[in-house]
Write a protein that binds this ligand. Structure first.
Ligand SMILES: [Zn+2]
Length: 206
């Protein structure tokens, strides 16, 4: 797999139509601001509950979904394809929902792929400063902040890719971090991150 094209999300899991339908149902629910029970996913997709359950197990293992278990043992999906109802240091306001994401790239890439307006924020790993991000009808407002695209290293996406898919105040702050961490990857402008987002979430356009 190239680390400069394609979708790291799609590459993490099989391309069965049932798998895609479950991923899309989960993503749409989170986008609307709610965690979704597996039973509801089965209703929406018309798929067998056992198949939904085993598929969600695989999505979690691949690092492209997270789940929460309720008091009666019922499981709900609370994070999907980078978008989450759990708190994180990356915030996004999109489609009327105030959500969080797994990495800074998601804040730009998701609205870019969906052609939506969004505003969000992340923190520069070097100085801890807040970085505001704006996307208008899928086009990112280029503030000069600079992103880091980690080299694909295998393993669950949420663990292997997300923690270092950061956005920095400027290239000086990126270079400082990159040197200190001996990180493997490439610098990308916000406009390049938006382009990468359109590929990454191409399966989730309405
Ligand atoms: Zn900084």
């Amino acid at each position: 797999m190239s680390d400069t094209s394609g979708s790291i999300l799609d590459a993490a899991i099989d391309a069965e139509p049932s798998t895609l339908a479950i991923r899309q149902a989960a993503f749409r629910a989170i986008l609307s601001g709610i965690a979704i029970d597996e039973a509801r996913v089965a209703e929406i997709t018309g798929l067998d509950t056992a198949l939904v359950g085993s598929t969600v197990d695989r999505l979690v293992a691949a690092g492209i979904a997270t789940t929460d278990t309720g008091p009666a043992g019922e499981r709900s999906i609370d994070g999907s394809e980078g978008l989450t109802v759990r708190a994180s240091k990356h915030a996004i306001s999109i489609s009327g929902s105030d959500l969080h994401t797994w990495c800074a790239f998601d804040v730009v890439g998701i609205p870019a792929a969906l052609g939506l307006d969004a505003s969000g924020s992340t923190r520069c790993p070097t100085c801890g400063g807040a970085i505001e991000l704006e996307v208008r009808k899928g086009e990112v407002v280029d503030s000069g902040a600079i992103g880091w695209w980690p080299s694909a290293s295998g393993g669950p996406v949420i663990e292997a890719f997300c923690p270092s898919a950061s956005i920095f105040c400027n290239s000086e702050h990126l270079d400082e971090w990159r040197t200190a961490n001996q990180a493997e990857g490439t610098a990308r402008t916000l406009v390049e991150l938006a382009e990468a987002g359109r590929e990454t979430w191409s399966s989730f356009r309405a």
